[in-house]
Design a protein around this ligand. Structure first.
Ligand SMILES: *[C@@H]1O[C@H](CO)[C@@H](O)[C@H](O)[C@H]1NC(C)=O
Ligand SMILES: *[C@@H]1O[C@H](CO)[C@@H](O)[C@H](O)[C@H]1NC(C)=O
Ligand SMILES: *[C@@H]1O[C@H](CO)[C@@H](O)[C@H](O)[C@H]1NC(C)=O
Ligand SMILES: *[C@@H]1O[C@H](CO)[C@@H](O)[C@H](O)[C@H]1NC(C)=O
Ligand SMILES: *[C@@H]1O[C@H](CO)[C@@H](O)[C@H](O)[C@H]1NC(C)=O
Length: 308
């Protein structure tokens, strides 16, 4: 959540689907260190009436707003922080991600939590190493195994995706310890599904998600949708948009964050998606969701297929 717009759009999509009754967002952890990321996330949640969703970021925070490797995209974090209603003001005011994760996992019923990673793996790695404490007698990896039903990852099961190698690749090796259900939402889907034009033209001035897109990409433009696709899968599932690609196997993450697929384990708990329907149809569906605003009518049929 620096100057890439798929992150705010993914968070916007989750908020829309929460308003439509499809999901209950328990918490959002930033994996970049910008002090402006938590207030920006809170501005989005607040717009949809969900300003009480807990947000956490690892400390110390810094003043970054742009990924130095991608300076060509203008930043939207300070705009979201200062131009939109929110009440965090500064990421320094938030909880530590490991603490927030441990509280939610400790409180949850067994196998009741879906965890989606659309950024780097710092927080999950640090959680996995966390020791029993006064929140829970379980270590971090035990808590994950007991409480999480599925882990969803935006990135490739074979290759070198941005979220794996963009920080410290070692953090992504935490996936080697995860023995439960896991779905990869590969870059190739988002590469071919473009959204944005309707978001910039059919929404109100007060819409923080549209603001992020207009600022970061531009009016009447379209852009790839990586994290948005992953969020859609996390909430709506495989059908009708996707198929799975592997008969069996599991991922292996190397210390540099690169991934390979090992066919040898069965039954198959890990898999990767491919897009089953036409990319324009899927893009229309995502954007029909993204342009919804509070006060407008709810969809009259299945909230996951409004634009098909
Ligand atoms: C970060 O921003 C704060 C608040 O605007 C300012 O006080 C501080 O000096 C900045 N820090 C750096 C390292 O630029
Ligand atoms: C958050 O931090 C800012 C700047 O450090 C401070 O002025 C503000 O009072 C804090 N807000 C809350 C709710 O703690
Ligand atoms: C990456 O993280 C690991 C684990 O914290 C650490 O041992 C290693 O030094 C880090 N590598 C870099 C390049 O920062
Ligand atoms: C569908 O994919 C084609 C080929 O990659 C691309 O040119 C087109 O813009 C895509 N359409 C949408 C709506 O994403
Ligand atoms: C594949 O995974 C199995 C365990 O499921 C392991 O025994 C084997 O060494 C792995 N193969 C390679 C090439 O790493």
């Amino acid at each position: 959540m620096l100057n890439f717009v798929d992150d705010p759009l993914a968070i916007g999509l989750a908020n829309v689907l929460q308003a439509w009754g499809k999901v209950n967002i328990l918490g959002i952890m930033s994996s970049v260190s910008s002090r402006y990321a938590p207030p920006a996330i809170d501005a989005i949640n607040t717009f949809y009436g969900h300003g009480n969703i807990p947000i956490a970021i690892q400390k110390p925070v810094d003043n970054s707003t742009i990924d130095p490797n991608y300076p060509k995209y203008p930043e939207y974090l300070t705009g979201l922080t200062f131009l939109f209603p929110e009440d965090i003001r500064d990421g320094a005011n938030t909880t530590d991600p490991v603490t927030l994760y441990r509280r939610h996992l400790a409180d949850a019923a067994d196998k009741s939590i879906t965890l989606i990673i659309i950024g780097f793996f710092d927080n999950l790695y640090h959680l996995s190493l966390s020791k029993p404490d006064d929140i829970s007698p379980l270590g971090g990896m035990q808590l994950l195994r007991q409480k999480v039903t599925e882990l969803i990852v935006q990135g490739d099961d074979v290759g070198k995706s941005f979220n794996f190698v963009g920080h410290n690749g070692t953090f992504a090796t935490v996936l080697n310890e995860w023995k439960g259900r896991m779905m990869f939402v590969p870059d190739a889907i988002g590469d071919s599904v473009f959204v944005g034009k309707r978001l910039t033209s059919e929404t109100s001035m007060g819409n923080p998600v549209a603001y992020a897109f207009k600022t970061g990409i531009g009016l009447n433009e379209n852009h790839q949708s990586w994290d948005i696709v992953a969020m859609y899968y996390a909430i709506c599932g495989v059908r009708p948009a996707f198929t799975t690609t592997h008969e069996r196997g599991h991922v292996q993450v190397a210390p540099d964050g690169s991934t390979t697929w090992n066919e040898s384990r069965t039954p198959n708990l890990q898999n990767s998606l491919s897009l089953q329907i036409n990319n324009a149809t899927f893009a229309r569906n995502l954007e029909s969701m993204l342009i919804w605003e509070p006060g407008q009518p709810f969809p009259s049929h299945d909230a996951c297929i409004v634009g098909f």
